[in-house]
Structures are given as C-alpha cells and as structure tokens.
Design a protein. Structure first.
Length: 168
C-alpha cells in the first residue's frame, strides 16, 4: 500500500516544539492549503483546508527554529488520523501529516533574513520533558509509529564546514 501526501501551504501559526521523555524533538504546526476551481456556473471558487503537520528529530528542531506564521512550505509525509476524547466526553479526530520532508518555499529575505541551507546542530542544553497532554489533545501524537531511538536509515544533508558555505 502507498501512503504518501504532498502539500504546499502557508503556516497559520508559529510552530510548537516539545520533547518526548526520550529527548526526541516533536514540532507541530498547521498549514492552510488553498485550491481554486470553477464551479458548475463557471465562477471561480476557492477552498481552504487546514492541515496539522508534525515533524520529529532534527527536522522538528529545524522547523521550530526557522518557521514562523505565514511562511510557505512544501510538506511530504504520511497521512494518519489523530483520535482523542475531549473533556466533555466527545470523541474527536483529525487528519495529521507526519512529515518526512519539509522544504521552505519562500525566502525569509522578504521578511528580513535568509532561509537556512541546512539543519542546525542540536542545542547544548538538555531537552525538557514534555508536559502532560491536555485531556482534549490527541493522545496518539505522543507516540510515534516508529522507533524514535533508532538511527535514521537515510542520511540527512551534510552539515556545512564553515559559515562561509551558507548561501546567505
């Protein structure tokens, strides 16, 4: 079976980063994906979908550091459903994209700075443990589908040797 989603959209809010007890970074953010089409009367219509994106490990740290509300991104990942029960006892669900690749499509130059070329190194400080989830938040986003302690099977982009290598 194939489970692959490709989306381009703008962040609707700043990313939120937290750390699992194992120290793995998890960043979530929402994007708005717009679609324009003509209806039966040949009038232009626009529909907007709001999609939750979650990232892990170094990709999560990079997204938390460089992404801000309004930035345009390309997200590639797997579709999954978060399900939880709210404080009122009502069951909720929403689609979530577990991103394996995020590309920054607009340059921060328009906002006053340049976009990163590579992922930054992990901060020297010890990661904080995530706060307990609120009762009305999805429980499944705390537990990834894969072993978070395993080494990645695909190598990431090479780290630059000096700041002179950066394109900005």
């Amino acid at each position: 079976m194939l489970n692959r989603v490709l989306l381009i959209g703008n962040l609707t809010r700043d990313p939120e980063v937290r750390y699992l007890p194992s120290g793995v970074a998890v960043t979530t953010f929402d994007i708005a994906v717009n679609e324009r089409y003509r209806d039966r009367n040949q009038e232009m219509r626009e529909e907007t979908l709001f999609i939750r994106i979650e990232t892990f490990q170094k990709l999560a740290e990079t997204c938390a550091q460089y992404l801000k509300k309004g930035r345009r991104v390309f997200a590639e990942g797997k579709l999954r459903m978060d399900q939880w029960e709210g404080k009122d006892g009502v069951k909720h669900s929403r689609p979530v994209i577990r991103a394996q690749n995020i590309q920054f499509l607009d340059s921060k130059a328009a906002e006053g700075a340049a976009a990163p070329a590579t992922q930054p190194a992990r901060p020297a400080e010890k990661p904080r443990v995530a706060e307990p989830a609120e009762a009305d938040q999805p429980l499944s986003s705390d537990v990834p589908e894969y072993d978070m302690n395993a080494e990645p099977t695909e190598p990431g982009p090479a780290e630059p040797s000096t700041n002179d290598d950066l394109p900005f």
